[in-house]
Design a protein around this ligand. Structure first.
Ligand code: HEM
Ligand SMILES: *[C@@H]1O[C@H](CO)[C@@H](O)[C@H](O)[C@H]1NC(C)=O
Ligand SMILES: *[C@@H]1O[C@H](CO)[C@@H](O)[C@H](O)[C@H]1NC(C)=O
Ligand SMILES: *[C@@H]1O[C@H](CO)[C@@H](O)[C@H](O)[C@H]1NC(C)=O
Ligand SMILES: *[C@@H]1O[C@H](CO)[C@@H](O)[C@H](O)[C@H]1NC(C)=O
Ligand SMILES: CC(=O)N[C@H]1CO[C@H](CO)[C@@H](O)[C@@H]1O
Length: 335
């Protein structure tokens, strides 16, 4: 009797061990230090490349951060957003929603990849998706935000289509429920969404994305009442009616070059640029987090790191997945 129980326990154990350690089972997990053996200095190499690029242009910071979000939101964090289509505008980045994806985000990944590939043993060993993940962590910390450990081991995707972008990005007109359900589809919750929205503490937006809020041609035929009056006046002068649609304004009117929790303080004063920003304060369900993080930067940073880590896991291809590889040129599929 006793030995039979023992034997079945043993076989259950063996079975579990097989599941846990078998490399063939698709979802090998991401982990920090994934490249410790093949390219041990990869993180410092990427960081140096990012620093150099930031010194050349500030847009590197918001450009890279937003690129990471879009990459992960569309078909998972697999660098498919990086693919340059060959003439027929069919790749993810060709979709009109990419309009504001600053070229500097793409360039950051290309430059960091070149730097990594020059290091002994590293050539074509590190995925573009992981380089984008590391570079994103670096732009956040180099602009005053938290530094955090990134999980690595993503493969680069083999598909990039413009049509996959449709419906895969949140709209600046979304309300809290729409925002929450969008992030739910990525496996993130409302708290993660509120924390990640603070990415709008850096960078720019084109006037067209919020013009309906500051002029009376909006749906309600009036200026959005959630907006601070003096902020409306400031935005109207930056974005006069009929202004060149390429004009962009800082999303954080107070400290657009610094990654900080002033984003939440702005929301408390009616200075959230998009409906999707301001709603986080106007809706009573999300307001407690806005108030907490406006006054407690450490708590905000912890929530942001959690959100970014979860975002970095969205639909990743890992291990021996046949849906991914390591791209030689981040902007083109391997031939
Ligand atoms: C919550 C839902 C979100 C909505 C509706 C949204 C929407 C937008 C829009 C409309 C713009 C301006 C685009 C333009 O006209 O140039 C923008 C910019 C930006 N977004 Fe978001 N976003 C969201 C979440 C996020 C997240 C989660 C991140 C990153 C973690 C992010 C990072 C950025 C950055 C950094 C910029 C500035 C880009 C630049 O200056 O080049 N956004 N976003
Ligand atoms: C156009 O894009 C498709 C992918 O949707 C690709 O298969 C095809 O080869 C491209 N054609 C040209 C001429 O680049
Ligand atoms: C995306 O959706 C819009 C409107 O629904 C449609 O006009 C457009 O052709 C779609 N784009 C792609 C690439 O599927
Ligand atoms: C809308 O705004 C314009 C310009 O600011 C103003 O001239 C017009 O009277 C306003 N219309 C209404 C209905 O408020
Ligand atoms: C509007 O913004 C100003 C300047 O930042 C601030 O002093 C004021 O309290 C804000 N008003 C409201 C209603 O939040
Ligand atoms: C950076 C980038 O690739 N921008 C492209 C976004 O999509 C438009 C077309 O909708 C292209 O013209 C841009 O070059």
């Amino acid at each position: 009797m006793g030995s039979q129980v023992l034997r079945s326990l043993l076989s259950i154990c063996l079975f579990l061990c097989l599941i846990i350690f078998s490399p063939n089972l698709a979802s090998a997990a991401l982990r920090p230090n994934y490249y410790a053996n093949v390219c041990p200095d990869v993180e410092s190499i990427v960081r140096e490349a990012v620093k150099t690029k930031i010194h050349q242009t500030f847009t590197t910071i918001p450009g890279t951060l937003r690129l990471f979000f879009h990459d992960c939101a569309i078909q998972g964090c697999d660098s498919s957003i990086m693919i340059q289509s060959k003439g027929n505008n069919t790749a993810e980045k060709d979709h009109p929603d990419n309009l504001s994806l600053a070229g500097d985000g793409f360039d950051t990944v290309i430059k960091a990849k070149a730097a990594v590939d020059k290091a002994p043993g590293c050539k074509n060993k590190v995925s573009c998706a992981d380089i984008l993940t590391m570079a994103t962590r670096d732009v956040v910390s180099l602009s005053g935000g938290p530094s955090y450990r990134v999980e690595l081991g993503r493969l680069d995707g083999l598909i990039s289509t413009s049509s996959s972008v449709n419906g895969s990005l949140p709209k600046p007109t979304f309300n809290l429920d729409q925002l929450t359900s969008f992030f739910n589809t990525l496996g993130l919750n409302r708290k993660d969404m509120i924390a990640l929205s603070a990415a709008h503490t850096v960078g720019f937006s084109h006037c067209s994305r919020f013009a309906a809020r500051i002029y009376n041609f909006s749906r309600h035929n009036k200026v959005d009442p959630a907006l601070n009056k003096s902020y409306v006046a400031e935005l109207q002068s930056l974005c006069p009616i009929g202004v060149d649609s390429r004009i962009a304004v800082n999303m954080d009117p107070i400290s657009h070059k610094k990654f900080d929790n002033i984003y939440y303080k702005n929301l408390q004063q009616g200075m959230g640029l998009f409906t999707s920003d301001q709603i986080l304060y106007t809706d009573f369900r999300s307001r407690p987090f806005v108030n907490l993080w406006a006054s407690n930067n450490a708590a905000f940073e912890r929530a942001f790191i959690t959100g970014m880590t979860k975002l970095g896991r969205v639909r990743v291809k890992t291990g021996r997945s046949r849906y991914g590889n390591i791209r030689q040129d981040c902007a083109a599929f391997n031939s």
